[in-house]
Design a protein around this ligand. Structure first.
Ligand SMILES: Nc1ncnc2c1ncn2[C@@H]1O[C@H](COP(=O)(O)OP(=O)(O)OP(=O)(O)O)[C@@H](O)[C@H]1O
Length: 270
């Protein structure tokens, strides 16, 4: 019997499985895709996705952000983006931030940004795939994909259908994090996605009076975890109230960036 490319229908081992990669819109030219992942929620993944895009855009690259966090989309807020995406007969366009970062997020497709998205996993994953296949991204040097936390439907879909050149694993300095990071790292390894490195957020707070670094969440274990998995630590970011207020004010492009130089060098070298 000939191969029907449905591996579920046959026990044979015919070598490489068929690629599940999806082609972007014919008018999109996306050079590199970087996923920002975390094993658990709330570690500042969207913040760091946005700051990396701002940093690379400041270096003269044209960046895009695909907000794959469908049920908790927070990218538009940090850039002060509201309203809905524009469309022509050719298709739907992303929305540009004030410095020209192109953004697509479910919040920019809803009539009311505070309406919840109550969809089953496969529908959510389908929407993310459409952000890739149906949006006219035009020329993008670096596309950052803000993933929902964990290892569910969406990360799986993104890893299978987008040509991800590398991921950045976000973490915070808590005991549980070692196990959580390991899960995210193992998923990427199983799917043959290169890991660019780990970024720890909320590493410390700088005392405004004496400049002392205070480890609010306890001592960091990120160096040990990174060593265990043979990964680079790309940054240890402080909790910075100025960043939180800039995010709330939609002014992330105006902030003084924390040191993301190692991460930016890795991304630029892709
Ligand atoms: N280093 C930081 N200093 C100050 N505030 C921060 C920092 N990092 C993130 N925040 C704030 O913490 C909140 C959570 O961050 P963010 O939305 O980026 O997390 P997340 O990991 O993407 O969350 P989720 O898992 O829900 O998608 C936001 O209000 C953000 O502005």
């Amino acid at each position: 019997m000939g191969c029907n490319h449905d591996c579920d229908s046959c026990g044979g081992s015919c070598g490489e499985p068929e690629s599940l990669l999806k082609a972007p819109h014919p008018l999109s030219k996306i050079k590199k895709v970087i996923g920002v992942v975390s094993g658990k929620g709330g570690v500042g993944k969207s913040m760091v996705t946005s700051l990396l895009a701002v940093a690379m855009q400041r270096q003269g690259a044209h960046c895009g952000i695909l907000d794959a966090d469908i049920t908790g989309p927070s990218i538009p807020k940090g850039f002060g983006l509201t309203g809905t995406l524009g469309a022509t007969e050719e298709g739907v366009y992303p929305m540009a931030t004030k410095t020209g970062i192109d953004v697509c997020s479910i919040n920019l497709l809803m009539e009311n940004a505070s309406d919840p998205v109550i969809w089953r996993g496969p529908v959510i994953a389908g929407a993310v795939q459409q952000f890739w296949t149906d949006i006219i991204w035009k020329d993008i040097d670096f596309m950052f994909v803000d993933m929902p936390p964990g290892t569910g439907d969406v990360p799986l879909t993104v890893f299978q259908s987008l040509p991800v050149d590398g991921i950045i694993v976000m973490t915070s300095p808590q005991e549980l994090v070692s196990m959580v990071v390991t899960k995210a790292v193992k998923m990427a390894e199983m799917m043959n996605i290169p890991i660019l490195g780990v970024i720890e957020n909320y590493s410390y707070v700088v005392c405004p009076d004496c400049g002392k670094h205070i480890s609010v969440f306890g001592e960091s274990h990120v160096d040990e975890i990174a060593k265990e998995h043979n990964l680079d630590v790309l940054a240890k970011l402080p909790m910075n109230p100025a960043l939180a207020s800039a995010c709330d004010a939609g002014a992330l492009e105006d902030v003084e960036l924390p040191d993301l130089s190692k991460a930016c060098d890795k991304i630029a070298a892709l």
